[in-house]
Write a new protein. Structure first.
Length: 91
């Protein structure tokens, strides 16, 4: 069974991801790649949250949490890449 908050999360993400991607054009290419992966993994996780309410709940729940874990790794890589790019810029 899906909850209203899950649908709201997905709708908000679908609205905010294009805005975040437009803002990311100012970032160096390596940072953008990680950011795109981060956002894609989050969107996949939100989508799987809703889909698991309809079929294959155990499998989709596992894949959903794998997406969230991957999003966390990609977030860390994005931040490290931004930090590296900023330190090179300051030199």
């Amino acid at each position: 069974m899906i909850e209203a908050s899950e649908v709201v999360d997905l709708v908000m993400a679908l609205v905010l991801v294009p805005i975040a991607m437009a803002s990311a054009r100012a970032l160096p290419r390596g940072c953008r790649s990680y950011l795109e992966g981060w956002l894609a993994a989050m969107l996949a996780g939100y989508s799987l949250t809703i889909l698991e309410g309809f079929f294959y709940p155990v499998v989709l729940n596992a894949v959903e949490h794998t997406c969230y874990a991957a999003a966390g790794v990609m977030a860390l890589l994005t931040l490290l890449e931004v930090r590296r790019a900023l330190s090179e810029y300051e030199r």
